[in-house]
Design a protein around this ligand. Structure first.
Ligand code: SAM
Length: 306
């Protein structure tokens, strides 16, 4: 356990999918005046360097945010790859850019920083963060301290699945829960679905977003299937979005380290999504794929029900 470090993966295609949806959810939920509670059960370090050792070693951002940025930013000479960027994707690009005032992408905001940026002081929105990794919790605490967000943000070195229970239902009965485990241990899969089942009993009208890897493992395939059943049993609407960037060209460059395939696909399952989310993603996901897709096996899909 604890060999997973999000710093190696920050800004990859999975973060692009997850964070685009996270931002769209927050935009919608912060339109109403009442206070919103956001719980991020698996927070990571909060902020990552894209030019640091971790990101440099894995190079995953190169097939994610960095590729999107160079393809979609307005160019002086050549036209961008997509003339009109979908609003949800543009919102994500703009938010990441806002952390990089020099114009070059040097840092990547993890979910805690993305969420905090969109919360409202005046509405008394709150963010609860859980992280267990001994190094990442230290980075998270230090990164969050820099925000000087005071009591708006609370960080706990606790199991997020357990910690979540204490916050449901939230005082103003409005909540968004992001469950984004590393799935390092097989038990994370059933824990995710058990946690959603328990949360829906505690607070059925909350918004729940679960990220999962699309990999050839029965437990991973079970996640969206089980979540669909749970949402349907609770009589709640759901949305399921997947993005597969497909296989990389396996020819390796002589003299350079061999490139592994790594994770090529992932999904986000949302319970109680905003009614606008499906249409927003039907525009954004084909554009993500157009830029990030690598050919064999690439795909994207958005389905909704309930
Ligand atoms: N949500 C982050 C983001 O989008 O920027 C990325 C999170 S990363 C995929 C998963 C994190 O969960 C890792 O930092 C890992 O150390 C942490 N973790 C693993 N098991 C946990 C648990 N039971 N409770 C809280 N955090 C956990």
């Amino acid at each position: 356990m604890f060999s997973y470090r999000h710093a190696f993966h920050a800004g990859n295609h999975a973060d692009v999918l997850k964070h685009t949806i996270l931002i769209a959810l927050l935009r919608h939920l912060t339109q109403k005046d009442a206070a919103l509670t956001v719980v991020d059960t698996h927070a990571g370090a909060g902020l990552y360097r894209l030019d640091g050792d971790y990101a440099g070693t894995s190079g995953e951002a190169a097939d994610g945010i960095l590729k999107l940025f160079s393809a979609l930013k307005p160019q002086h000479k050549s036209p961008p790859a997509i003339p009109e960027v979908a609003p949800a994707l543009q919102d994500y690009l703009d938010l990441v850019a806002s952390f990089n005032t020099s114009g070059n992408l040097k840092v990547y905001p993890g979910s805690p920083f993305i969420i905090q940026r969109l919360l409202r002081q005046e509405a008394r929105d709150k963010l609860k963060l859980f992280e267990l990794h001994p190094t990442d919790i230290k980075s998270l605490v230090a990164n969050i301290a820099q925000l000087k967000a005071g009591r708006q943000v609370a960080v706990a070195r606790e199991d997020g699945f357990e910690g979540l229970k204490a916050f449901l239902p939230p005082p103003a009965r409005r909540a968004l829960v992001l469950i984004d485990p590393s799935y390092e241990i097989k038990s994370d899969y059933p824990k995710v679905t058990a946690s959603i089942q328990d949360s829906l009993k505690r607070f059925a009208t909350g918004s729940y977003a679960v990220w999962y890897p699309v990999i050839p493992r029965p437990e991973a395939h079970e996640v969206p299937r089980r979540l669909k059943t749970l949402a349907t049993q609770a009589g709640k609407p759901w949305l399921h979005a997947t993005l597969s960037i497909g296989q990389a060209d396996e020819r390796n460059v002589p003299g350079e380290p061999a490139r592994g395939q790594g994770l090529t696909a992932s999904g986000m399952f949302v319970i109680n999504p905003p009614h606008t989310l499906k249409a927003a993603l039907l525009l954004a996901l084909p554009q993500m794929l157009k830029v990030l897709g690598r050919g064999r096996g690439e795909s994207q899909a958005v389905e909704a029900g309930g």
